[in-house]
Design a protein around this ligand. Structure first.
Ligand code: ADP
Ligand code: MG
Length: 328
């Protein structure tokens, strides 16, 4: 089973950013409202993620680390309408097979003690010992790829790896305004985002993540149709940026990259006046979960819409109207 885990790890665990993504998604699935992330050396030395979610009972600790063990789906039908971010039950097992992983958790209220399990690469004997922990979970991943030197060799510089990891945190922080996030790298605070409820607080978070210039030159849109809602922020043509693309699109709280979506956005921009410019946006599409299939790709960045024409039309017309309104 160890070898199988290491092979699976190749799919799930490409670099520190992919570890962070899996662990953070587990925290969100556990209903955390506060997540603290500590990174050392771009994540190759340490990725520590602490949440205040439901926690894991001591009986379930070995299961959480076992391959194909998930508490999130019980049947094939569940898979159809899975609302959680993870459901394949192999992330922790895979990460544990290529690192020194400590899982510490407590699923009970204050005053109770939690427990901790340590796995180290191939020696996956999960030893449980009592450990103090408030309700919630801490996953500590040390020395990623210490036992797979070939993969370790493919890691880029500390800065590059951290940038990838930070991007993962940004996306998730944009996808869950209600959750507080902190991110530290080598002891330095990079982000400290309090839970955002009001529009003003949400705008503050978007500004913190996308830069104040984006927020200053973005318009807020919100189109409520009976069957779907598109809301968020799109930049005006006065906003120009030197760095990479600033394009975030979320469907029912999940980050997605989708050709249909990209096409609809681009067409709306081009139609109004934004010739030759890359649109910049943070957009949220909310629709009946039965109308989207999120299990198309294990990377989970792709979706399939039941009625893709309606989605295209909603994005195009909403953006077109908003942009035409502010045309100078
Ligand atoms: P999956 O997310 O696909 O179920 P994982 O390997 O990522 O698989 O996690 C295995 C199981 O461990 C989860 O189904 C969940 O029960 C438990 N688990 C992992 N992380 C957490 C967490 N932060 N809080 C509560 N439970 C967790
Ligand atoms: Mg998971």
């Amino acid at each position: 089973p160890r070898l199988a885990n290491q092979i699976a790890a190749g799919e799930v665990v490409e670099r520190p950013a992919s570890v962070a993504k899996e662990v953070l998604e587990n925290s969100l699935d556990a209903g955390a409202t506060r997540i603290d992330i500590d990174i050392e050396a771009g994540g190759s030395r340490l990725i520590r993620i602490r949440d205040n979610g439901v926690g894991i009972g001591s009986d379930d600790m070995p299961l959480a680390l076992a391959r194909h063990a998930t508490s999130k789906i019980a049947s094939l039908e569940d898979l159809e309408r899975v609302g959680s971010l993870g459901f394949r039950g192999e992330a922790l097992a895979s990460i544990g097979s290529v690192s020194r992983l400590t899982l510490t958790s407590n699923n009970r209220e204050e005053g109770s003690e939690g427990c901790s399990a340590l796995t180290e690469g191939r020696e996956m004997d999960v030893q449980l010992r009592p450990a103090p922990h408030p309700r919630g979970t801490t996953v500590e991943v040390r020395d990623l790829f210490f036992n797979t030197p070939a993969r370790r060799k493919f890691l880029r510089t500390e800065k590059t790896e951290f940038n990838h990891l930070e991007e993962v945190v940004k996306r998730l922080a944009l996808s869950r305004f209600g959750v507080g996030f902190s991110l530290r790298h080598n002891g330095r605070v990079i982000h400290n985002l309090k839970g955002a409820e009001t529009t003003a607080e949400q705008q503050r978070r978007v500004a913190a993540i996308c830069g104040p210039a984006f927020m200053e030159q973005a318009i807020h849109i919100d189109s409520d149709r009976s069957d779907m809602r598109l809301w968020g922020w799109v930049a005006l043509p006065t906003f120009s940026r030197s760095q990479a693309d600033l394009q975030y699109f979320f469907v029912n709280g999940r980050v997605i990259r989708d050709k249909l979506v990209a096409h609809a956005v681009k067409q709306a921009y081009r139609d109004v006046l934004y010739h030759g410019r890359h649109p910049a946006f943070v957009l949220y599409l909310e629709l009946d979960p039965a109308q989207v299939d999120v299990n198309v790709h294990p990377g989970k960045h792709e979706v399939r819409f039941r009625d893709s024409r309606a989605v295209h039309q909603c994005i195009f017309s909403t953006l077109h109207r908003a942009l035409a309104d502010v045309r100078p």
